[in-house]
Design a protein around this ligand. Structure first.
Ligand code: FAD
Length: 401
């Protein structure tokens, strides 16, 4: 293995190149990203960084000196435009580079509003990149009227920052409840109350019909006919995996770039990891959108490129910061049929069960419950829902069975 090329200098791309070196790989590594900056963490973009409480330097996953010291050729601000699978080369503009192993870590693109309903007006923002966050920041002035479209984690986090900064915040969610796709009703209820306490005008079961303005957005019409005056709009309606290069190269696509359990695409010399990649899980191709997944899959792919042949076993975890609430999630809650609610002083956790088996937890300011449940879930163990819900049950005891 003389040359590994990684396309996409994000969380997964960084994880792959770091792991290749720490596993002793001495060949050439080329890490290519189209954003104009070295790999950085996205989560603070809708949290501490947007709030102005985190310096730019702290976003970067590694100091600038790392890449030279580790002999990793990092190319930023440059797109890979095509892959020639026969020749095993990639085109980076006019430059052509050959690979022995290639990794697609191209991430995802935010879903945008169609131009026909005002999606291209000034003052309408997505929230995916550092450039997005830097463009939005000057709009966060006390008293400004912001409309947030979408009640997923990113929309809710942006709403929390905006409310904290004294903006007038309206959030619309087309589904019956916020977080419908990812969490139980109990968790939606908790966060709805939290936002309402902080003065957010949160409307569920209402979508956006149209944005209007001259060059800049001025008003928004909702599906229930309400018209709102707005100064700017943040769109947080989900992402789509970036499969463009893979598709053009004829790789199999299924809910993202299709990989096997080893992270290999339909071409054995090409791997995929992170938001762009789907992997086999319980009879389906599953895709996770999280830092933990990008890191773990990236490391797995690096090890498998070096011949480890280890299958991917996802250990999903996620977090979200809203006001002074830290939400921590472990496991996958899909298909749950029972929820145990555990309440303590200033803490709360929702334990998800499927057919009596603990499968996931949402914990609000309860890191201990999160840690205990995470260990149980990863070990395939369970605890009786009534015991989990009882605040008098010692959490550590749950680990003992
Ligand atoms: P990305 O980080 O998107 O990196 C992919 C990179 O590849 C991008 O820079 C892209 O521009 C580049 N690229 C694509 N095509 C090409 C090409 N042809 N040539 C060159 N470069 C290319 N996760 C959590 O676990 N917890 C959180 O609290 C959380 N909060 C988040 C908040 C925000 C605002 C956002 C946007 C995401 C958040 N996430 C969170 C999700 C997490 O950040 C992503 O899951 C993670 O960044 C995925 O990493 P990735 O490397 O797969 O993709």
């Amino acid at each position: 293995m003389r040359q590994v090329i990684v396309i996409g200098a994000g969380q997964a791309g960084q994880s792959i190149v770091t792991k290749l070196r720490s596993e002793g790989y001495e060949g050439r590594i080329l890490l290519i990203g189209d954003e104009p900056v070295p790999p950085y963490q996205r989560p603070p973009l809708s949290k501490a960084y947007l709030l102005g409480e985190m310096e730019l330097e702290r976003l970067f996953l590694r100091p600038a000196s790392y890449y030279e010291d580790a002999n990793i050729e990092l190319v930023t601000g440059t797109s890979v435009t095509s892959i020639d699978r026969e020749a095993k080369t990639v085109s980076i503009g006019p430059r052509v580079e050959s690979y022995d192993a290639l990794v697609l870590a191209t991430g995802a693109r935010p879903r945008l509003l169609p131009e026909a309903i005002g999606g291209a007006l000034g003052g309408v923002y997505a929230m995916r990149t550092l450039a997005d966050a830097d463009a939005i920041a000057p709009e966060f002035k006390g008293g400004a009227r912001v409309l947030i479209v979408g009640g997923g984690y990113i929309g809710l986090e942006a709403a929390a920052v905006a409310a904290k900064k004294g903006l007038n915040v309206t959030l619309v969610e087309m589904a019956d409840r916020i977080l419908q796709r990812v969490a139980a009703k109990e968790t939606s209820d908790y966060f709805r109350d939290l936002h309402k306490e902080h003065g957010v005008d949160l409307r569920e079961g209402v979508g956006l019909k149209e944005l209007r303005g001259d060059d800049r957005v001025r008003e928004a019409e909702l599906t229930d006919g309400t018209v709102l005056d707005v100064d700017f709009v943040i769109v947080g309606v989900g992402i789509t995996p970036d499969t463009a290069l893979a598709e053009a190269a004829g790789l199999e696509i299924e809910n993202g770039i299709r990989t096997d359990e080893y992270g290999r695409t339909s071409d054995p010399s090409i791997y995929a990891a992170g938001d762009c990649a789907s992997f086999p899980h319980e009879g389906q191709q599953m895709r996770l959108e999280s830092v933990g997944n990008a890191i773990d899959q990236g490391e797995l792919v690096a090890c498998n490129i070096l011949g480890a042949n280890v299958p991917y076993v996802p250990k999903p975890w996620f977090w979200s910061d809203q006001y002074d609430v830290k939400l921590q999630i472990a496991g996958l809650s899909m298909g749950h049929d029972e929820i145990a609610v555990r309440e303590g002083e200033g803490t709360r956790s929702h334990w998800y069960y499927r057919a009596g088996q603990l499968i996931a937890i949402d914990s609000m300011n309860d890191t201990r419950a999160y840690m205990v449940a995470k260990r149980l879930i990863e070990a395939g163990k369970s605890v009786d829902p009534a015991r989990a819900a009882n605040p008098d049950t010692d959490l550590k005891e749950l680990l003992r069975g």
